[in-house]
Design a protein around this ligand. Structure first.
Ligand code: SF4
Ligand code: SF4
Length: 363
């Protein structure tokens, strides 16, 4: 493919892309594909790398891509601070991570969301820039593709210069070779992402302030870390909200079918199930009181293991009460009011957030 002319570059001569995501949504692969796309398919010089923690679903992931003309060299290996394109793989990250840091008036922000650009601007507190929305989750589910493929198509659309043919070719040459049976689904996901992404430009009207980019600092360093590097807070993922890791599905709990065998609890990697002292078949027993969706990453292992179908897979969007809870748990002041809204009060994070489990279990 002939060399693409970059529409704009920064003072170093680079066109830069940053992807902000949660482990499990495929931003790392998307970043690698964009890096390869620049070098092999667009005739540019290209560099890309990702930054992530424990390779666990739910942990923050960033991918950085830098392009420049073939007659220039990339001499910087640091994170992208002021991206031309910012891909946000889950809208739930807004406000929890400084995902908007470094956005300028020339940044094109692409968000996986079912909201409109105006609604999304409010959620992201975007001061200026072009905001593109694409319902990547819904498209990925319908096309049986992945969110990262849909985002790839949406990024091409928002860029205004990445040809969709190049995106399709790299999907064929990479993902298609590794997973040939999924090629058509992934191509469809990328095409639908391209067609569905729609955007709006916002000038700096003074409504929100620009957020400067800062490297995330570890809370513990050589001066204050516990001796031996021991983590004294066992169960320290207590406040870890994994809801952004789910890809459209949640386990639904049908209590009447439950025999309180505890298999779900031992299978679940994230301590989602809440057992409390109760009675089963006339005897004192630990009774399954439901799920804490705050910690559920939607892997559905519990559904596979449940012997009585007390856990079944459901579409998260068909259960807005749970979605509402996950997004608004900080607003709940009156549990009865919450139950009146039709929600299961045991789907709460109270026991976790109070760290009662650390102190000896749910009471
Ligand atoms: S595996 Fe199924 S039956 Fe057993 S405790 Fe969990 S939900 Fe109940
Ligand atoms: S889907 Fe089930 S096993 Fe997976 S995190 Fe959620 S509750 Fe745990």
């Amino acid at each position: 493919m002939s060399q693409i002319r970059l529409p704009e570059t920064n003072e170093n001569g680079y066109y830069e892309i940053r992807l902000e995501s949660i482990g499990g949504l495929g931003a790392n692969l998307c970043g690698k594909l964009l890096g390869e796309l620049g070098a092999v398919y667009l005739g540019l010089n290209s560099a890309s790398f990702s930054s992530y923690g424990s390779e666990k679903r739910g942990s923050p992931v960033k991918a950085f891509i830098r392009w420049c003309g073939e007659d220039e060299e990339i001499r910087i290996n640091s994170p992208v601070e002021n991206p031309h394109i910012l891909g946000l793989f889950h809208e739930a990250m807004a406000g929890k991570q400084p995902v908007m840091a470094g956005v300028t008036e020339y940044t094109k922000v692409i968000v996986n969301t079912d909201s409109t650009p105006d609604e999304m601007r409010e959620k992201l507190k975007l001061h200026a820039g072009e905001l593109y929305c694409v319902d990547a989750l819904k498209i990925a589910m319908e096309a049986k593709s992945r969110i990262n493929m849909v985002m790839l198509g949406a990024i091409a659309k928002a860029s205004g210069f990445i040809p969709m043919e190049a995106i399709e070719q790299i999907i064929r040459d990479t993902v298609g070779k590794k997973y040939p049976q999924l090629l058509e689904c992934n191509l469809l996901g990328a095409r639908l992402g391209y067609e569905s992404a729609w955007g709006k430009a916002y000038r700096d009207d003074g409504k929100y302030e620009a957020v400067p980019y800062e490297e995330t600092k570890n809370r513990w360093g050589y001066e204050n870390a516990p001796i031996g590097g021991v983590n004294p807070r066992f169960g320290s993922t207590v406040s870890n909200d994994l809801s952004a890791s789910r890809e459209g599905y949640i386990p639904l709990f049908i209590q009447e079918r439950c025999i309180n065998c505890g298999l779900c609890d031992t299978t679940c990697p994230d301590m989602v199930f809440q057992f409390k002292p109760g009675e089963y078949k006339g005897k004192a027993a630990m009774v399954n009181a439901g799920l804490d969706y705050h910690h559920c990453k939607g892997c559905l292992r519990c559904v596979e293991v449940c012997p009585t179908n007390a856990l079944v897979a459901g579409l998260e969007r068909e259960h807005p009460d749970k979605q509402w809870f996950v997004r608004n748990k900080d607003l709940i002041v009156d549990r009865l009011e919450f139950e009146d809204a039709g929600a299961n009060s045991w789907v709460t994070s109270e026991s976790y957030l109070d760290e009662r489990r650390i102190e000896g279990g749910v009471v």
